[in-house]
Write a protein that binds this ligand. Structure first.
Ligand code: DIG
Ligand code: MN
Ligand code: MN
Length: 388
C-alpha cells in the first residue's frame, strides 16, 4: 500500500469554477452557497492541490471597477502566498455573458468579436500577473444551432484571425505564455467548431505561430464525441502539443458530466495515466470536474481528494503493470520480431520496394495466429481489481 497523499510534484490543479461549482443545472437552482476565491484557494490547499486556475470572471466579476479588481487580485495573491498554491493556467469566460450568445471570436456581430479580443487581452494580462504560463481557450459558444446562420469557412477564418492576433499580443507583451486549445463537440451550442482534439491539431497548423499553440484535451469532451481519449492524447503527445489536460470522467452518449476522475471508466483512466506517466508528461494534471449536485462542501472536498487519489493509485498500477513479469512476457511475445522484415521498413527506396515485391507471405498462417490479447487484457483487469 503506497502513500496516496498528493504532493506538489504531482502538479494537481483545479479551477476555481470546479470546487466552486454551486450545483446549478438546467433543471435546478444552486444547492451550495458560493465561496469566495480566497476561500476556494484555502479549500484546495486543505485537500492538497498544487495549483489553482481561473476564468477571468471567476476571480474578477465582469462589472468590477478597476479599484475592485485591484483589491480582489491583492487578496487572491495574499491567499496564494499564505497557502503556497500557484496559478499554472488561466482562461477567459467567453461563454456566460449574453453578449456571447452567438459566439465570441466567431460571432457575426463585429462588435462582439472585437469585445471578445479586448476581454481576452485583459484576461491574459490578469493571468500573466498571477504567473500563468498556459492560457486555455475553450470556445463554448463558437458554433451554431443552424448552419444558415454562419458560413463555416468564414468562422474558421475568424477563429484563425483571433488566435493570430492574440499570439502577437503575447509576443508584444513578452509574456512567457503558450496557448492550449480545448475542443468540445457540442453543448452549450448545438454544434461547436473545432469539435475534437484532432480538429484542433489540424487548425493549429494553419496559424501564424503554431509553435505557441497546443491543445488541452478533456476526457468528457472526447467521450461525448464517442472517441478513445487515450488515442487523442497520444496524437497530441506525438505532435508535441499536449500543453495541458482536463481530467474528469464521462459516460458515452451523455451531456457533459464532468465527473470525478476515474468515476466512470477506470480502465480508460488507467491507460490514460499510463500514457502520461510512461511519456513523462510534465504539465498540470488539471481536474476540470465538479462534485455531484447531492454534495455539501465536505462532499466537494471528497470529490477533489478522490480525483487526486485515483490518479495516484493508477500511477502505482502503471508501475505494477510495467514490472509484471507475466504481462511483460506477453507484451514481448506480441511484439516479437526476428528482424527478417526490417529490410523493408523505414525510408523508401526503389531497391526496397522491388525486393519487397518478390517477398512471399504465408497469408493463411498470418491470419491463423492467436495473439493472446484476451489473456493480456484479463491480467490487466486482475491488476486493476487488485487480485494480482
Ligand atoms: C470546460 O470544459 C472548459 C471551461 O471550464 C474552461 O474554459 C476550460 C478550462 O479547463 N474547460
Ligand atoms: Mn467539460
Ligand atoms: Mn475543460
Amino acid at each position: 500500500m503506497t502513500d496516496y497523499t498528493p504532493k506538489p510534484e504531482h502538479k494537481f490543479t483545479f479551477g476555481l469554477w470546479t470546487v466552486g461549482n454551486i450545483g446549478r443545472d438546467p433543471f435546478g437552482s444552486e444547492v451550495r452557497p458560493a465561496k469566495t476565491p480566497v476561500e476556494l484557494v484555502r479549500l484546495l490547499a486543505e485537500v492538497g492541490a498544487w495549483g489553482v486556475n481561473f476564468h477571468d470572471n471567476d476571480l474578477v466579476p465582469i462589472d468590477a471597477t478597476p479599484a475592485e479588481r485591484d483589491r480582489i487580485v491583492k487578496d487572491f495573491k495574499a491567499a496564494l502566498a499564505e497557502t503556497g498554491l500557484v496559478v499554472p493556467m488561466a482562461t477567459t469566460n467567453l461563454f456566460f455573458d449574453p453578449a456571447f450568445k452567438d459566439g465570441a471570436f466567431t460571432a457575426n456581430d463585429p462588435k462582439v468579436r472585437a469585445y471578445a479580443l479586448q476581454k481576452t487581452m485583459n484576461a491574459i494580462d490578469l493571468g500573466a500577473e498571477l504567473g500563468a504560463r498556459i492560457y486555455v481557450f475553450w470556445g463554448g459558444r463558437e458554433g451554431t444551432e443552424t448552419d444558415a446562420s454562419k458560413d463555416p469557412m468564414e468562422s474558421i477564418k475568424r477563429s484563425r484571425e483571433a488566435m493570430n492576433f492574440l499570439c502577437e499580443y503575447v509576443l508584444d507583451k513578452k509574456y512567457d505564455m503558450k496557448f492550449a486549445l480545448e475542443a468540445k463537440p457540442n453543448e452549450p451550442r448545438g454544434d461547436i467548431y473545432n469539435s475534437t482534439t484532432g480538429h484542433m491539431l489540424a487548425f493549429i497548423e494553419t496559424l501564424d505561430h503554431p509553435d505557441m499553440v497546443g491543445v488541452n484535451p478533456e476526457v468528457a469532451h472526447e467521450h461525448m464525441a464517442g472517441l478513445n481519449f487515450v488515442h487523442g492524447v497520444a496524437q497530441a503527445l506525438d505532435a508535441g502539443k499536449l500543453f495541458h489536460i482536463d481530467l474528469n470522467d464521462q459516460a458515452f452518449g451523455r451531456y457533459d458530466q464532468d465527473f470525478r476522475f476515474g468515476a466512470v471508466n477506470l480502465k480508460s483512466a488507467f491507460f490514460l495515466v499510463k500514457l502520461l506517466e510512461d511519456n513523462g508528461y510534465d504539465s498540470s494534471r488539471h481536474f476540470d470536474a465538479h462534485a455531484y449536485r447531492t454534495e455539501d462542501y465536505e462532499g466537494v472536498k471528497d470529490f477533489a481528494r478522490g480525483c487526486m487519489r485515483t490518479y495516484l493509485i493508477l500511477k502505482e498500477k502503471t508501475a505494477q503493470w510495467n514490472a509484471d513479469k507475466e504481462i511483460q512476457a506477453l507484451v514481448a511475445e506480441i511484439n516479437a520480431d526476428d528482424g527478417s522484415m526490417s529490410k523493408y521498413f523505414g525510408k523508401y527506396s526503389a531497391q526496397k520496394a522491388s525486393a519487397l515485391r518478390t517477398q512471399t507471405f504465408d497469408r493463411l498462417a498470418l491470419g491463423a495466429r492467436g495473439l493472446g490479447y484476451e489473456r493480456l487484457d484479463q491480467l490487466t483487469v486482475d491488476l486493476l481489481l487488485g487480485v494480482r
